[in-house]
Design a protein around this ligand. Structure first.
Ligand SMILES: NC(=O)c1ccc[n+]([C@@H]2O[C@H](COP(=O)([O-])OP(=O)(O)OC[C@H]3O[C@@H](n4cnc5c(N)ncnc54)[C@H](OP(=O)(O)O)[C@@H]3O)[C@@H](O)[C@H]2O)c1
Length: 316
């Protein structure tokens, strides 16, 4: 049986990947974590392995000990430190005699060097991709666009941290970047996980594996939720010029978001710049949707109806 390790399998995206992997019997699952497992008695066969990302020889030994064939990284790449962890893991994977494949932590839009002036942290993703390109490992960069989960919170089943982008459905207030007509490709995290697990069986991996649950604009989302809830929302549109100078409007945040107003404004400005630059309109090529037509990803309309319309299919 092939063993798949999820690095950062304790986090938002990682937990979803682990839960989805646990529903099949084809792959043995290992979670790589910096911490000891806290659960007393795991309900599944998943092994939790404590690792030190700064000790590459020890990491290599653990990959060999657990016979890890494929690593899916779901490390939260937010800093030099987290990026270094992933780079060390790639190095250990290359040194390991049993590890052949690596999916780096991306799960967003197609990150290219020309976007660095908009988002300098893209360098973390480019460093990992360049390192993998020069390695003997097979790799693919998984691109699902924006995660739909945010617009279904707090009702939708998700492991992502609470946050709001563009529209706060609960208070009926929207703060939309640009004219609201930029196309955004969106995927529900559990659907991305389904596609990724299918893709583990492919003999060849392209540089990018794109997944699109739906393609929609903020204005279309707004129309759907206004229809579901009945009545108009209070809407602000931030112009491209406003966004360029960071003068953006934050939508109301969930009470458990642990960021300062300045940090929230920084995130809004960054995501708004990316949105109006069209990065979330994903290419038609290399879509896992075409390779696995048997998977029917949830549409935004359905996710919104399930979350806000009283239906309970995806409700917690
Ligand atoms: N497209 C979207 O809408 C969207 C939304 C959210 C996230 N993402 C992407 O998905 C990926 C995962 O994000 P996430 O929100 O799931 O991450 P997260 O929950 O913040 O973190 C995931 C895991 O990273 C590990 N980690 C933290 N610091 C680390 C370090 N210094 N070294 C090694 N591991 C460390 C932790 O695992 P341990 O403590 O167990 O080691 C943590 O549970 C990122 O690439 C992110 O950009 C995309």
């Amino acid at each position: 049986m092939t063993t798949v390790a999820v690095a950062g399998g304790t986090g938002g995206v990682g937990k979803t990947l682990v839960e989805t992997l646990e529903q099949q019997s084809k792959f043995r699952v290992v979670v790589l974590s910096r911490n000891k497992q806290t659960k007393e008695k795991p309900a599944t066969d998943t092994s939790y392995v404590q690792i030190d990302y700064n000790d590459i020889p020890a990491l290599t030994r653990q990959l060999e000990l657990y016979k890890i064939h494929t690593i899916i990284s779901a490390i939260g790449l937010i800093s030099e430190e987290t990026s270094n962890s992933q780079m060390n893991l790639i190095e250990a994977a290359e040194n390991s005699k049993v590890t052949e494949r690596f999916i780096p932590s991306e799960y967003s839009f197609i990150q290219t060097a020309d976007l660095l002036p908009i988002d300098p942290s893209i360098q973390f993703w480019l460093d990992a991709a360049n390192r993998l390109k020069g390695s003997s490992l097979k790799y693919t960069r998984v691109i699902p666009g924006f995660f739909m989960d945010y617009w279904g919170m707090p009702h939708v089943k998700t492991n992502l941290q609470p946050y709001r982008f563009g529209i706060d459905i609960s208070s009926r207030i929207a703060a939309i970047p640009g004219d609201g007509n930029d196309v955004i490709c969106m995927t529900y995290t559990y659907d991305m996980a389904q596609y990724m697990i299918k893709a583990l069986d492919l003999d060849e991996w392209p540089e990018f594996s794109v997944v699109v649950g739906d393609q929609i604009t903020y204005n279309q989302i707004l129309a759907i939720v206004e229809n579901i809830l009945g009545g108009k929302f209070q809407v602000t549109y931030d112009s491209v010029d406003q966004i360029a100078v960071g003068n953006v409007t934050n939508p109301p945040m969930p009470s458990d978001v642990d960021y300062s107003q300045e940090e929230i404004t920084e995130v809004t400005a960054l995501v708004s710049r990316l949105t109006v630059n069209g990065v979330f309109e994903l290419p038609k090529e290399n879509r896992l949707n075409d390779k696995f037509p048997d998977i029917q990803p949830i549409t935004m309309k359905k996710l919104l109806e399930d979350s806000w319309g009283g239906a309970n299919i995806h409700l917690k």
